[in-house]
Design a protein around this ligand. Structure first.
Ligand SMILES: C[S@@+](CC[C@H](N)C(=O)[O-])C[C@H]1O[C@@H](n2cnc3c(N)ncnc32)[C@H](O)[C@@H]1O
Length: 451
């Protein structure tokens, strides 16, 4: 097998993160995407003696496992790669993938409590970040998600099953309005153009809607008509916030140079497990609200009685976990790098009449060692790259009896767990929570105890 060869095979296995694997003549072939049982044609990108990387060029035959109804975007959209699998099959595959990752790092001897379903497996997302573009060169304006394997082409996802009708109404109105106005979309290649993103957020339990249009500063367009058009929409949730963000940052991400409130307020309310949370436009909030309630309940079960404990909530975001734990704790300290999220977390605590939480802005790897109180329990909920090695060292130096690790990336989780083991912690309990149905992602909760 050599570079540029075209090969055909049936997919044997799906690894966590959306990679397929097949063994051909003792060679381990890796391919992005694909579903177990699919027959595919692929081109060899890299070939070594024992391994090869290939790219799918044609789906020859669907997998017999693919019996679920899909949406009209499924074949081309890079969003829900496993929507065609029945939900029970998705859960079995994800559970196996997480266990394989634990085994790959020789992590044994813990109690595995299986995988918890998402309360909803469609229409579960409370936030979507859409991008403006076109589907083909100089075609009509599109607004949505990137096409599978494409960096530039954007498809309007008006049949997406991950969100409810409110998202679709805002998306459709916005793309049609700006297509009529013939405003140019922002091109990431030459950094020219105006329309960049549309971010829609919904308070699932409060039925509030935030709409944030993100543009460059390259035009001076009056947004009054657009704002009025949005307000005339017949949405289930009440529109409480319409924002215009100016972003001239060259990176292909939603950043904020200037924020203008076109209507209402600059935050959204949400409720989780009876607590109120103000969510600001750029701070993290779990994207599956009903799933987040289950996730936090799993963490609570793992902790059991935390009466009079001093708790560290590291990577605290808007302070959800800390506040869920606060009622029965003596004191909670949260650390979060996004200052705006910290400000909101402290406001949220006040709103919930919680006075034993202190959220601090900073990088966990630099700040946690400055905390003076000795924790009985540490909860870490890091972003996808996991916990920095320096932070693991500092966290372990507190010698708390228990650590709860909530992870959205089991690949970095298992690597970090080995590091925690080196500092004298052992994995006691593991449970997965499917926060992201129809996609390859999964949340995993781990309880570590000091040996
Ligand atoms: C997976 S989110 C968890 C948020 C929160 N625990 C929740 O459930 O809503 C990870 C958070 O870590 C923050 N973060 C990323 N790197 C960080 C760092 N080095 N130090 C502190 N916080 C960080 C992100 O801004 C984000 O809010």
């Amino acid at each position: 097998m050599k570079r540029k060869d075209i090969i055909e095979f049936e997919i044997d296995k799906m690894e966590f993160g959306g990679t397929s694997i097949v063994y051909i003549n003792d060679k381990e072939i890796h391919m992005k995407g694909g579903i177990k049982g699919q027959k595919v044609k692929a081109i060899v990108k890299k070939a070594r003696s024992k391994k090869a990387e290939v790219k799918m060029i044609e789906l020859i035959e669907k997998s017999p496992l693919e019996t679920a109804k899909t949406c009209k975007h499924f074949d081309e959209c890079g969003g829900c790669t496993i929507l065609s699998l029945p939900y029970e099959t998705q859960l079995q595959i994800k559970e196996r993938q997480v266990m394989d990752l634990f085994l790959s790092q020789d992590i044994f001897g813990f109690k595995f409590l299986g995988i918890e379903k998402s309360p909803q497996n469609t229409m579960y997302r409370n936030k979507m970040e859409y991008t403006f573009g076109d589907e083909k060169k100089d075609g009509p304006l599109t607004l949505g998600l990137h096409k599978k394997g494409k960096h530039i082409d954007i498809m309007t996802v008006d049949d997406c099953v991950l969100v409810d009708d409110d998202f679709i109404k805002v998306l459709t109105k916005t793309v049609n309005y700006f297509d009529d106005k013939k405003l140019p979309y922002y091109r990431t290649m030459n950094h020219k153009g105006y329309l960049r993103n549309l971010v829609v957020r919904k308070g699932i339990n409060t039925k509030e809607l935030m709409i944030n249009l993100v543009t460059s500063s390259q035009e001076d367009f009056d947004m009054t008509e657009y704002k009025d058009l949005l307000l005339s929409l017949d949405t289930e949730a009440k529109i409480v916030s319409i924002l215009h963000t100016i972003n001239d940052n060259l990176a292909d991400a939603v950043n904020c140079d200037k924020l203008e409130v076109l209507y209402g307020r600059d935050y959204l309310n949400e409720e989780v497990l009876g607590l109120k949370f103000k969510i600001s436009p750029f701070s993290f909030f779990q994207t599956n609200t009903k799933g987040a309630e289950k996730l936090y309940e799993i963490a609570r079960e793992f902790i059991g009685d935390n009466k009079d404990k001093v708790v560290f909530d590291l990577y605290s975001g808007t302070g959800t976990i800390g506040q869920v734990m606060a009622k029965s704790s003596k004191k909670v300290y949260g650390i979060e790098i996004v200052e705006e999220a910290v400000k909101v977390a402290n406001e949220n605590a006040k709103l919930n009449k919680i006075d034993n939480c202190d959220f601090i802005a900073g990088d966990v790897a630099k700040t946690v060692k400055n905390l003076k109180d000795k924790p009985d329990l540490i909860i870490v909920d890091p972003p996808r790259p996991g916990v920095h090695k320096d932070a693991i060292k500092d966290i372990c130096s507190f010698e708390s009896k228990e650590i709860i690790y909530i992870s959205c990336n089991p690949k970095t989780l298992v690597i970090d767990l080995v590091e925690f083991k080196n500092y004298g912690y052992k994995v006691e309990l593991v449970k997965c929570m499917d926060m992201f149905p129809n996609t390859p992602h999964i949340e995993t909760v781990v309880k570590l105890v000091k040996i």
